[in-house]
Design a binder for this molecule. Structure first.
Ligand code: NAD
Length: 443
């Protein structure tokens, strides 16, 4: 099938590469000329496990092309995917300007029946707005070309995006247009061989399903963080509580890890946007508001622990920071808990020596003029001359470090662990002052 994809970010590039991988002829179009040039030179602008290999393979085979030329890209595709960003607007609602701009571009150049697929995460009612934008442009052109707008929200996880796309748990398609549904059924059939993973529904339900999924996951995290803070105060160990409740199949072990708060490009903005949608229809989203409040507080928690350990005097302190990305296996720094921590430390006059296996380049791009930040090529280098170690991302490589070396290198054996990677008893036995989340600290 001939497919056009607008947006070559985490979602668009993965979608394009995976659809090309199963034999489709894909053109990815982006307004970012620099990104397109890099892609055309074989450079992958983001880190995502397994992505480079399939992009390179399909690009070389001619099944995956990159362009800034929207006219030829629209002309190419029977199916046009919208996979551009939907960042938060000033009031927290999703900013649809990029989605609607793409709808207009598609309508400006399309000549035959076109299936417009909305893959970006968008509020309920957006498919109607996309339809209106397309219809308006067609009317302005004085042409009458049939089209359908389908909602096909994306559920891939950064860090496992290729795997998730190739072996999806579900593919949600919202449409009442039988012809469009057939096109998407055919497009997704290579990913649907083992058992039927296609869930079809009306457009509005599909749009809401994406927000419901992210809001549910964010709620689980905030719930566990709330419990961790209670555990902390009553002398209980949240990790034991976690295992205790996870054993109930109605609760399950997934996604109930306490930590330094959720970040990333999706949970914070999607919880906010769903809340604004609720308010716009006259419903006060009490639970969603609480999920956000708890997360916001949690993102400041490690900093509070640090401040309290140093009696509020952080000026001149130097911290080794392991983990910058908002979660492991990605270079994405959007809304990362590490950013909030670093900015708070800098405001107090502290220095940060940071290491991350994949996010150093992105950190450099964001904080290029920050003199209180040193980016280190190894985890060990970050420890040199530091007063304490802080862990903000649970990369595997941090799980079993050389504790003797950490102790010998830091000015004092102090670790602030925002991801509960180690056992507090072991840490105390080794002589560390170990701060973690929701577990009794042992002196
Ligand atoms: P991103 O910011 O990584 O990429 C968006 C891309 O769209 C950018 O390269 C930008 O230049 C491009 N773009 C903007 N306007 C354009 C236009 N008019 N024409 C062509 N390209 C244009 O975003 P992302 O993380 O891939 O997310 C895209 C959407 O998918 C968002 O709605 C997001 O909420 C949703 N989503 C993201 C994830 C994720 O894990 N990142 C998962 C599921 C859904």
């Amino acid at each position: 099938m001939r497919v056009t994809i607008f947006g070559t970010g985490y979602v668009g590039l993965v979608t394009g590469a995976c659809l090309a991988e199963v034999g489709n002829d894909v053109i990815c179009v982006d307004v970012d000329a620099d990104k397109i040039e890099r892609l055309n030179h074989g450079e992958i602008p983001i880190y995502e496990p397994g992505l480079e290999m399939i992009v390179t393979r399909n690009h070389q085979a001619g099944r995956l092309q990159f362009t800034t030329d929207a006219a030829s890209a629209v002309d190419h595709g029977e199916v046009q995917f919208i996979a551009v960003g939907t960042p938060p607007d000033e009031d927290g609602s999703a900013d649809l300007q990029y989605v609607l701009a793409v709808a207009d571009t598609i309508a400006t150049h399309m000549n035959d029946y076109t299936v417009v697929v909305d893959k970006s995460t968008v509020p309920v009612g957006t498919a109607d707005r996309v339809s209106q934008a397309v219809a308006q442009r067609l009317t302005a052109r004085g042409v009458d070309i049939p089209f359908a707008v389908v909602s096909n929200p994306e559920f891939l996880k950064e860090g496992a995006a290729v795997e998730d796309f190739m072996k999806p748990e579900r593919v949600v398609i919202g449409s009442d247009d039988e012809q469009a549904l057939e096109v998407l059924r055919a497009l997704y059939s290579p990913f649907n061989r083992n058992h039927d993973r296609l869930i079809t529904m009306d457009v509005r339900s599909a749009e809401l399903t994406k927000y419901a999924a992210n809001a549910m996951l964010a709620t689980k995290i905030s719930f566990m963080n709330e419990l961790a803070n209670i555990a902390d105060r009553v002398g209980a160990d949240i990790e034991r509580v976690r295992v205790g409740i996870g054993s109930d199949p109605r609760i399950g072990y997934h996604f109930i890890y306490p930590g330094a708060g959720y970040g990333g490009s999706c949970f914070p903005k999607d919880v906010q946007a769903l809340g604004r949608t609720a308010q716009q229809v006259g419903y006060e989203p009490a639970l969603l508001n609480a999920v956000e409040t708890v997360n916001d507080r949690q993102k400041g928690y490690v900093f509070e622990q640090i401040q309290s350990h140093y009696n509020g005097n952080l000026k001149g302190c130097c911290f080794a920071l392991w983990g910058l990305a908002f979660k492991p296996n990605t270079d994405d720094m959007r809304e990362a808990a590490s950013r909030r921590l670093m900015e708070a430390l800098w405001a107090e006059g502290a220095q940060v020596q940071a290491f991350d296996p994949k996010a150093l380049e992105e950190t450099q791009r964001i904080y290029k003029d920050q003199s209180q930040l040193t980016l280190c090529e190894t985890a060990e280098a970050a420890l040199e001359g530091a007063d304490a170690l802080v862990i903000m991302t649970e990369w595997n490589v941090f799980r079993s470090p050389d504790f003797g070396h950490i102790q010998d290198t830091l000015a004092a054996p102090v670790i602030f662990d925002g991801r509960n990677l180690y056992d507090p008893v072991d840490m105390a036995e080794m002589g560390f002052r170990y701060y973690c989340i929701g577990r009794p600290s042992i002196d």
